[in-house]
Design a protein around this ligand. Structure first.
Ligand code: PHE
Length: 462
């Protein structure tokens, strides 16, 4: 039996849910690192410029497709043009691959939260603690199940009583935490064993001030591509999420205004995460202390918190609460993209669909966790990095499928159904569509070119 399609109650509910999806681990563990290595403000300038052009075009396109068709990603493309049904399948593949490994990373975050909650943070800074934990027999699996059940609970409750309700609480708390932590981080100073004193404010300079000295064209190209890859991942496009969320937005909501708010929220949290992390790491470890991904969050930062003494254990607790909120609202959106697709395609109820997807994620999550244990192997990915099961899944979804989905979506909207379809959906004949010309040029020409370059770079060709 097909249930009545849920709706976000209004603009705020939609903006908070979409921002909840957008603000995730990418904002916290990738953005600060890329900014620190991208000659400070040079990366940030590229990122902001791309956000208001390229990011704006992609986000607008997906949300409008969702609202226009009132369909989940699996079926939405086919409604726009019956020959493009296949793109729906390709799009749904992305959250299907991401969900199990995202829950595994969620598990690690909950474990570290538990460490700070029980006051055992000394443990976390021991040599190889993180590697020992993730390769454990059962502990990562238990925490993965906890994270998965929390996520499934929110999705099971539905759009209003689940996704919207929790996003409206978690996102403002997250914002308050990141502001508070960033302010603290800017005020610290530390003298190391060699008698060198570094301050948080010096770290802020490293992070924010554009340093063009010695930048070659090639280096600039890499910074630009890093900014684009990051933006693309950060606004949660090309995984069907924004189509699913768009399909729950009422016609009277002003999409353009909401899209601007989502982008501003996402960018502000990323900038603040940088203001929190870069000065803290710089003060205690110097310029070379910055690493990305798990190394930053689970190895370097615990060391920084430890060096801060008692206050560090409180800050560590707040920090991991913040990361849990960011991770859960993102995981919810990934699960929703799959659950809503099954609901539309198979006409299953939300409850049945959520249960089936949870069982799938459970099995997939166990496999990913065991990727550091009995299923351990090491492969070299085409971009030269080494990885395990989690990294392979991440590479296939983020580096290959997502740029492909975005490229095909641009071709469909730009050349087949035409940008007017999206523009009309956004304006509804009453709302303004600023940057209309920019939007058209972006979807038709510039975004596809940029995406093709990004794809070539992912394959190691450029
Ligand atoms: N936008 C998220 C981030 O920046 C990424 C993400 C969202 C990943 C949803 C998976 C699922 O971290």
């Amino acid at each position: 039996m097909k249930e009545k399609r849920g709706n976000f109650s209004g603009t705020i509910g939609f903006v908070m849910a979409a921002a909840g999806s957008a603000v995730g681990l990418g904002n916290i563990w990738r953005f600060p690192y890329l900014a620190a290595k991208g000659h400070g403000g040079v990366f940030i300038l590229c990122y902001i410029l791309l956000a208001i052009t390229f990011g704006f075009a992609l986000l607008t396109t997906e949300i409008a497709i969702g609202r226009k068709t009132a369909q989940s990603p699996l079926t939405a493309y086919g409604v726009l043009n019956s020959k493009w049904k296949g793109l729906g399948i390709l799009t749904c593949l992305v959250p299907t691959i991401i969900l199990p490994y995202y829950c595994t990373i969620g598990a690690w975050v909950i474990k570290y939260f538990a460490i700070y909650l029980t006051g055992s943070s000394k443990e976390a800074v021991q040599e190889n603690f993180f590697d020992g934990f993730i390769s454990g027999n059962w502990e990562p699996i238990v925490w993965m199940i906890v994270f998965l059940l929390l996520t499934a609970f929110v999705v099971y409750r539905g759009i209003n009583k689940g996704i919207e309700k929790y996003s409206k609480v978690l996102m403002p708390v997250l914002l308050a935490l990141v502001i508070g932590l960033a302010i603290y981080s800017m005020t610290i100073s530390h003298t190391d064993a060699n008698g060198v004193t570094r301050t948080g404010l010096q770290g802020v300079k490293v992070y924010l001030i554009p340093d063009f000295t010695g930048i070659t064209v090639k280096e600039f190209f890499i910074i630009l591509m890093d900014a684009m890859g990051q933006l693309f991942f950060s606004i949660s496009v090309s995984m069907g999420i924004m189509i699913a969320y768009g399909s729950y937005v009422k016609k009277e909501v002003n999409l353009m205004k909401s899209i601007n708010q989502i982008e501003i929220f996402d960018t502000i949290v990323a900038l603040l995460a940088g203001l929190l992390i870069v000065p803290a790491v710089f003060t205690f470890m110097g310029s070379d202390g910055m690493s990305k991904g798990p190394g930053l969050m689970f190895v370097s930062l615990p060391k920084v918190f430890e060096a801060m003494g008692v206050i560090g254990s409180v800050l560590g607790l707040f920090f991991f609460v913040m990361v849990i909120f960011a991770a859960i609202t993102s995981a919810v959106s990934v699960m929703e993209a799959i659950v809503s697709s099954i609901m539309d395609a198979k006409r299953w109820s939300r409850h049945k669909s959520t249960i089936v997807v949870t069982i799938y994620a459970l099995i997939g999550g166990v496999v990913v966790c065991l990727g550091y244990n009995v299923f351990y192997f090491n492969v070299t990915l085409p971009n030269g990095t080494q990885g395990q099961i989690l990294d392979i899944m991440d590479y296939i979804s983020n580096n290959c499928l997502m740029p492909m989905v975005a490229l095909l979506t641009c071709i469909l909207i730009g050349w087949v159904v035409k940008p007017k379809t999206v523009i009309d959906e956004v304006t509804q004949g009453v709302h303004p569509f600023h940057r209309r010309g920019l939007y058209i040029v972006m979807v038709k020409v510039i975004a596809p070119i940029l995406l093709a370059v990004l794809l070539l770079q992912s394959f190691g060709i450029l």
